[in-house]
Design a protein around this ligand. Structure first.
Ligand SMILES: [Zn+2]
Length: 314
């Protein structure tokens, strides 16, 4: 297991300061969230900076706040892949699309972006990984790939690694243990945080990502200590990424951020008991079976498109 810090936790801090806090707090690396500074300075600078702090860039995540040019998957995916290659990140993180079906306009653009992404990553060290969706409003359940079994089947078909976000899972129709069971052998990263109901005046869906999801481990209702010891017993060796809300970290006061992150690190180290000798960067399925080529996966994607009556046979 390797501890990773999502730079989105302290999104507004300069990258150099973020990296120094990550190092000081005991993280081995980061999940780099695209932010204006990352775009401005480009991937190679970020790679050098991470190296100077002894940090690994495990994964790359799209921006968490609106950023010009980052709204369409057809542009997002190639930009993420190029940035990951420059920065030396192993995985590009994608969420399922806000589409009712893979056959509607948005779903179709997502699938096309994924197909182009698989071709672009062929022969490189970068892989696209899918993260389970968060549920904020009842209508979120109607989006495609929302159900964890559907997401798993989609990932199996394309041989895609998966990322389990514990807060997101807790708002799905599955318990955390069930969610883990469904996704387990494809997991290459865990986004760790707790879930806690905010006081009623603040219990508003658009504030949930800051005030309900992504709370400090141990401060909410999730059995995270049990979950971590289960992960350890199963031999999970990938990164565990702390993805904590800037409000829970009290981002306005850096000494508090450092204290809160130190608490997170201590919590994970205490709960994750079994030592890990052989480090795993890829899901076990790809280690045990001959890896699918990009062409195989594109063919699988085309099959998926046909299943949704997207392509007229020619
Ligand atoms: Zn997440």
């Amino acid at each position: 297991m390797e501890l990773s810090l999502s730079t989105g936790c302290i999104y507004i801090y300069p990258l150099r300061f973020t990296f120094s806090i990550a190092r000081e707090s005991g993280f081995a690396g980061v999940e780099l969230v695209v932010a204006p500074e990352v775009e401005l300075r480009a991937g190679r600078y970020v790679r050098r900076l991470a190296k100077s702090y002894g940090l690994t860039i495990f994964s790359l995540h799209p921006p968490i706040l609106p950023l010009p040019g980052w709204s369409d998957y057809r542009t997002i995916v190639p930009r993420l892949i190029d940035l990951a290659l420059e920065a030396g990140a192993g995985y590009v993180v994608l969420h399922p699309p806000n589409a009712r079906s893979l056959a509607d306009d948005r779903g179709r653009r997502y699938v096309e972006a994924l197909r182009e992404g698989l071709q672009r990553t062929e022969g490189t060290d970068v892989r696209i990984a899918l993260e389970n969706r968060a549920f904020f409003r009842p209508r979120d359940r109607g989006y495609v790939l929302s159900d964890l079994r559907e997401l798993r089947a989609f990932a199996d078909e394309l041989d895609l690694p998966l990322i389990l976000d514990t807060s997101h899972a807790a708002t799905s129709s599955y318990s955390l243990a069930e969610a883990y069971h469904i996704l387990a052998d494809r997991l290459v990263n865990i986004h760790l945080s707790d879930l806690r109901s905010p006081p009623w005046p603040l219990d508003i869906s658009y504030l949930h990502t800051y005030l309900k999801h992504h709370q400090m481990p141990g401060d909410g209702q999730l059995p995270l200590a049990d979950f971590l010891s289960h992960l350890a017993a199963d031999g999970y060796c990938g990164p565990i990424t702390l993805e904590i809300s800037p409000i829970a970290l009290r981002i306005w006061w850096p000494p508090s951020v450092k204290r809160q992150l130190a608490r997170c690190v201590a919590y994970v180290r205490r709960a994750f008991r079994v030592p890990c000798s052989n480090k795993r960067q890829r899901p076990p399925t790809t280690e045990l079976l001959p890896p699918l080529t990009s062409n195989d996966r594109v063919l699988a994607l085309e099959f998926e498109l046909h299943r949704h009556n997207l392509l007229s046979p020619d």
